[in-house]
Design a protein around this ligand. Structure first.
Ligand code: FES
Ligand code: FES
Length: 175
């Protein structure tokens, strides 16, 4: 048994300590944003934020994350609401600017990789609010365990969405 803080809520989980975090999130906590792609830290489909840094949950065990703060795709709106001190009423109807930009730029094709893409974009924009195109490309390719892979080829739309989210975030969330 271990205690995790997932999307701002303390959760007790029963899985053995060597269980991959991805299995705990999907099977025990019913958080289906993170996807099982390769299972080898080579695609990024399973990414979550651990204390604000993108990690691959398919190769990260429960023991490593116990007591730490995890944010999944489902928790991005609340993460943004907390950062902006939004009221409860506003928080309930607000998506994270990254998610909103993904909708506006119509990024997903099959959608399978997009959890990791949005998690990576959020990590990038919290660290570097106005990234250049080369910096966006670097974030999704060389700055991590592996490139974030999209078999459908949505990369151009991803760059546009990161730029839109960056602009929206600089304005405080209003597109
Ligand atoms: S499923 Fe974790 S990196 Fe591919
Ligand atoms: S949208 Fe299909 S794999 Fe990326």
């Amino acid at each position: 048994m271990a205690t995790l803080v997932v999307n701002g809520v303390k959760r007790e989980v029963q899985a053995p300590a060597d269980t991959p975090l991805l299995y705990v999130l999907r099977n025990e906590l019913q958080l289906s944003g993170p996807q099982f792609g390769c299972g080898l830290a080579q695609c990024g489909a399973c990414s979550v934020l651990l204390d604000g840094k993108e990690i691959r949950s398919c190769v990260t065990t429960l023991a490593v994350v116990a007591g730490k703060e995890i944010t999944t795709l489902e928790g991005l709106p609340a993460r943004w609401a907390k950062q902006k001190n939004l009221s409860q009423a506003d928080a309930e109807k607000t998506l994270h600017p990254v998610q909103q930009a993904w909708i506006e730029e119509q990024v997903p094709l099959c959608g399978f990789c997009q959890n990791g893409m949005m998690i990576k974009a959020t990590e990038l924009l919290e660290r570097l609010p106005m990234p250049s195109v080369p910096q966006i490309k670097e974030a999704f390719t060389t700055d991590g365990p592996s490139p974030h892979l999209c078999r459908c080829g949505s990369y151009t739309a991803i760059i546009a969405a990161v730029q839109l989210a960056s602009t929206t975030m600089a304005k405080g969330g209003k597109a």
